[in-house]
Ligand binder design. Structure first.
Ligand code: ZN
Length: 67
């Protein structure tokens, strides 16, 4: 049985882009469950941090709203 990973937030040091990911399984899909590069400026150095409650809630809302 796959272990559901904890949600995490990736943030870009250069352009302040950030996104909270809540992967559904431990098989990450790049672009959906994680990013390797900043989608805004293309920087390769993304910082991972624990999501704040606000990030978590908005991430959950997006999941509910999107088809
Ligand atoms: Zn960036």
């Amino acid at each position: 049985m796959p272990i559901r990973p904890r949600p995490f937030t990736l943030a870009c040091r250069l352009c302040n882009w950030s996104h909270t990911f809540a992967p559904r399984s431990d098989a990450f899909v790049v672009g959906l469950d994680t990013e390797t590069h900043c989608p805004r400026c293309g920087a390769a150095e993304l910082r991972m941090r624990q999501p704040s409650l606000i990030n978590l809630l908005s991430s959950k809302l997006k999941t509910l709203i999107s088809p």
